[in-house]
Design a binder for this molecule. Structure first.
Ligand SMILES: O=P(O)(O)OC[C@H]1O[C@](O)(CO)[C@@H](O)[C@@H]1O
Length: 435
C-alpha cells in the first residue's frame, strides 16, 4: 500500500551513526509518552486525532457550512500557531488560485488573513477589498491577549457592527480561544459569539488539528475527516520506539546527528508552489520548539525550482552548514503533456510527449545530485499524493518528530519564553500600564 516514505540514502549519515541514536530515541519516546519530559502538560496533541470529540467535530462542520452559505469572504484573524496551520493546509490542498476562482468553482468563500502583522496598510487594503462582499470572521487566539490579532479584531469588530448592525455581526463572528480564560473568552460570552475551544494541553504551534485549524480548513471545502484519519493513522504508525521501524523517529534522529556535525540550518524544500505556507507552519513548529538555550537548528524554506535561481548558488557552493529536507509529491493532481512545435525555436522538441511533472521530477533528481555532490546532506520525505489523508499524517509526523527532536536536543519543546522579549520592549515603548 502507498504510504509516506523517508529516503535517507543521500543524508550522508552512516548506518552505525543511526544505530548509536537508538538509546536516545527510546529515552525521548519515554519522556513524551510517559509524561516525564519538560512541558509534559502540553502534550494533548499526541492522542488528539484518535480521541476527537465527535460532537465538537460536528459543530465545526455545522458552522463551516453556515459560514459557506452566508459569506463570500472569510477572514481568519490570528498569528503564529493560531493561523499558520490553517493557511498551510488551505493553500496546500486547494486550487493554486483558490481566492481568484469564481464563486461557482470554489468550494467555499475566499479566505483572507489578518492579525498576523501590525501593518495599517495591510488592514486598510483588506477592508477595501472586502467592501462589497458578505463576510464572516474567525478570531483565533489561545491567550486572547496577543497584540496583533487583538488590534485587528478591534478594527474588524467595529467594521462588522457598522456593516451588519450589532445583532447581525454577532451571527458572523466566530471565536476560537481558551475554555475559560482570557479577554477573548470574556468577550465571546458577553457578546454571545459562537465559540470554539483550544484545549489547555495543546500549545499554539501544535493546534492545527483542533478547532484552530479545522474550522477555517473546513470552510475552504477541505475534507477534515480525511485529514484526521491520516493523523490518526500517524498516531499508530509513529508510535514504535524501535528506530528501525519508525520513520518519524528516524527524521528526528538524523536532524540531531547532522546538527552535531555543524549543520545548523535545515531548508525545507518543495517543488509545489502551494506548499509555501506549509513550510511557514513547519518553521514555527521547529523554530519555536527547538530554538532555545542558545541551541537549535535554524529552519528555513525554499521553493524549487523557483529559488534555485536565487538561492541555488549559496546552497550549492556557500558555507557548508546546511542540509535539505525535500517534501516530494510522487503524483501530481493534474499533468500537462509537452507537444512538438514546428519551428522549435525554443529547442524544446526533445521534450515532446514528456509531461511537465516529468520535467519537475528530473529537476528534483538533478538538484539532489548536484547539492549532494556539493556536500549538502539531503533527506527526502515522499508523499504518494497531495491530499487530505497524507497531509494529515504529515502534520502528525512533523509534530511528533519535533517533540522527540527537542527532547534529544535537551530543550523543552513546548514553551517559547524568548518570544516575550520583544513584546516587553514594545509594551514599554507603547506605555502599556505595568511595563
Ligand atoms: O494564540 P495566541 O495566544 O494569540 O498566540 C499566538 C502565537 O503567539 C505566540 O504565543 C508567540 O508570542 C506563539 O507561540 C503563538 O502561536
Amino acid at each position: 500500500m502507498s504510504n509516506i516514505l523517508l529516503d535517507l540514502s543521500l543524508s550522508m549519515v552512516k548506518k552505525d551513526e543511526m544505530e548509536n541514536m537508538k538509546a536516545f530515541i527510546q529515552t525521548a519516546h519515554r519522556l513524551l509518552h510517559e509524561s516525564l519530559g519538560a512541558g509534559k502538560e502540553f502534550t494533548g496533541w499526541l492522542d488528539l486525532p484518535n480521541s476527537y470529540d465527535e460532537a465538537e467535530l460536528n459543530r465545526i462542520k455545522y458552522y463551516a457550512e453556515k459560514i459557506k452559505k452566508e459569506s463570500q469572504a472569510f477572514v481568519v484573524i490570528g498569528i503564529g500557531g493560531s493561523y499558520l496551520g490553517a493557511r498551510a493546509l488551505i493553500e496546500a490542498l486547494n486550487h493554486n488560485f483558490y481566492n481568484e476562482l469564481s464563486e461557482e468553482k470554489r468550494k467555499g468563500p475566499a479566505i483572507y488573513y489578518a492579525g498576523n502583522n501590525i501593518s495599517s496598510n495591510y488592514i486598510w487594503d483588506l477592508i477595501d477589498l472586502l467592501e462589497d462582499k458578505d463576510i464572516s470572521i474567525n478570531v483565533i487566539s489561545k491567550s486572547g491577549t496577543t497584540t496583533e490579532p487583538a488590534i485587528a479584531f478591534r478594527v474588524f469588530k467595529e467594521y462588522m457592527e457598522k456593516k451588519y448592525g450589532k445583532r447581525g455581526a454577532r451571527e458572523r463572528i466566530y471565536v476560537t480561544t481558551d475554555k475559560d480564560r482570557g479577554a477573548l473568552r470574556e468577550l465571546a460570552e458577553m457578546e454571545g459569539y459562537a465559540s470554539f475551544v483550544i484545549p489547555d494541553d495543546i500549545g499554539g504551534r501544535y493546534s492545527v488539528l483542533t478547532a484552530v485549524g479545522l474550522l477555517p480548513i473546513a470552510v475552504s471545502g477541505i475534507n477534515i475527516d480525511e485529514l484526521l484519519l491520516g493523523a490518526s493513522d500517524g498516531v499508530d504508525e509513529y508510535f514504535n520506539e524501535d528506530l528501525d521501524d519508525n520513520i518519524c523517529y528516524q527524521y528526528a534522529a538524523i536532524r540531531n546527528i547532522l546538527y552535531n556535525k555543524g549543520k545548523d540550518i535545515e531548508i525545507l524544500i518543495s517543488y509545489e508552489p502551494n506548499l509555501q505556507y506549509f513550510a511557514e507552519w513547519w518553521k514555527q513548529l521547529f523554530g519555536e520548539s527547538e530554538g532555545k538555550d542558545n541551541k537549535g537548528i535554524f529552519p528555513a524554506s525554499a521553493n524549487f525550482t523557483t529559488d534555485l535561481h536565487s538561492l541555488g548558488q549559496l546552497i550549492q557552493d556557500g558555507k557548508r552548514n546546511l542540509f535539505e529536507t525535500t517534501i516530494h509529491i510522487e503524483k501530481p493532481k493534474k499533468d500537462i503533456t509537452i507537444k512538438a512545435d514546428d519551428n522549435n525555436l525554443d529547442k524544446l522538441n526533445y521534450l515532446e510527449n514528456k509531461t511537465i511533472d516529468f520535467v519537475n521530477k528530473k529537476a528534483f533528481e538533478g538538484t539532489v545530485a548536484a547539492h549532494t555532490s556539493g556536500r549538502v546532506p539531503n533527506i527526502v520525505i515522499k508523499l504518494p499524493q497531495l491530499n487530505e489523508y497524507y497531509f494529515g499524517k504529515l502534520i502528525y509526523f512533523f509534530e511528533k518528530a519535533c517533540a522527540i527532536s527537542g527532547y534529544m536536543l535537551g530543550v523543552n519543546p513546548f514553551d517559547q519564553p524568548g518570544v516575550e522579549e520583544y513584546k516587553r520592549n514594545m509594551f514599554k515603548l507603547l506605555g502599556k500600564p505595568g511595563y
